[in-house]
Design a protein around this ligand. Sequence first.
Ligand code: PMP
Length: 401
Amino acid sequence: PSVFAGIAQGPEDPILGVTVAYNKDPSPVKVNLGVGAYRTEEGKPMVLNVVRRAEQMLIQNESRVKEYLPITGLADFNKLSAKLIFGADSPAIQENRVATVQCLSGTGSLRVGGEFLARHYHERTIYIPQPTWGNHPKVFTLAGLTARSYRYYDPATRGLDFQGLLEDLSSAPSGAIVLLHACAHNPTGVDPTLEQWEQIRQLMRSKALLPFFDSAYQGFASGSLDKDAQSVRMFVADGGELLMAQSYAKNMGLYGERVGALSIVCGSADIAVKVESQLKLVIRPMYSNPPLHGASIVATILKDSAMFDEWTLELKAMADRIISMREQLFNALKIRETPGDWSHIIKQIGMFTFTGLNSDQVAFMRQEYHIYMTSDGRISMAGLSSRTVPHLADAIHAAVT
Ligand code: PMP
C-alpha cells in the first residue's frame, strides 16, 4: 500500500526520451541524433581544452572556497556574460541599465525571466514561434504566463514564413511578450536575415511588444560570437528594453554544469537596480543561489584574453565540423539520387536540420536503421560523423522511396 498508488505513469520527455530509447537499443550501428549535444568525429562527448585548463587553475587556487554565491550569482560572471552577448561597447552596459543574474543554464534563465514577468509585467501573454524548442511552452506556462504561438516556419519552402510572422505579431495585443531565438532557431535551423530582423524590430517597437531573447547557441551558428549576437544587438541599439536568457551549455560544452544568465535591459540605471531586487525575490525561494563551479569556469575564460581567444578557436572548430556534416549529408543524398530537394540541409543554420521527414518515416528509420531522432524529423548534426553519414543517407533514402 502506498499513498502514491494512484499516480499515473508520466510520459517520457519528447527530446530526452529519445536518448532513453537509444540507450536500450543493443544494435552496434545505432546512432543518436536526438539530443542537441556536440560529439567529436569519433562520436564522443567533448570537454573543451580551455575548460580543462580553467578547471585546473581553479583547483590549484588554494584560496578558493566553497561558500555560497550571492542570490544573483558570481558578479564577474554576470558582467562578462552581459558583455559577451550585448558587446563590450554596448550603451546599455555603459549606462548601467542591465540587470544580470546567474541562473541554471538557459532553461533556468527562461524560467526566472518568466516568473519575473508574471509578477511584475502588465501583459501575461507570451508569443512563441511555431514550432519551437518543446520546453518553451511548459516553462512559460508554469511560470504563470499564457503561451500563444506566432507563425515561423513554412513547411512548403522549408524556410521562414516571414509574412505569417509579421501578420501574427501585428495582431498581437500591444505590450505582449515575444520569444525570439537569437540565432540557430531550434528545431528548424531557419533564422531571419538581418533585413528581416530589422523589420521585426521596427514592428515590435512600434507596437511596444517586449522581446525575450533565448540565446542557447551564440557562436555555434556561424562560428563567430559577435555575428551570432547581431539580432540581439539591433534591439539593444535602439535604446529599448528586453530580456535575454543565455546558456553556456553548447558554446562552452558545459551542459551538465548548468551555467547561464538572465539579463534584463532596462530604460534607466534606477530601474535596473529595482528589477534586480525583484529578481532576487524570485530566485531566493526557488533555489536560494546558483552553483559555483560552472560560473567560475566561464568567468576564468572570459576575463583572460588568451583563454578567450583559445575558446573562440575551439568554438569555431565545433561550428565548422557541423557545417561540414551538412555538406557531407547533402552530398551523400545527391550521390544516392534520393528523391526530393535536400538543399535545406546546407541552408539551415546551427546544430539541427529540420529534415521534413514525417513521424512514420522517423519510426521506420528507428526500426530498420537504429537511427534515433525526435518525431518531428529534427536531427542533431552535431551527433553525426563522417563514419555515420552513409548509414543515415541510406536510411533517409529508404524512408522516402
Ligand atoms: N533554448 C533553446 C532553444 C535550446 O535549444 C536549449 C537547449 N536545448 C535551451 C534553451 C536550454 O538549454 P540549457 O538549459 O541546457 O541551457
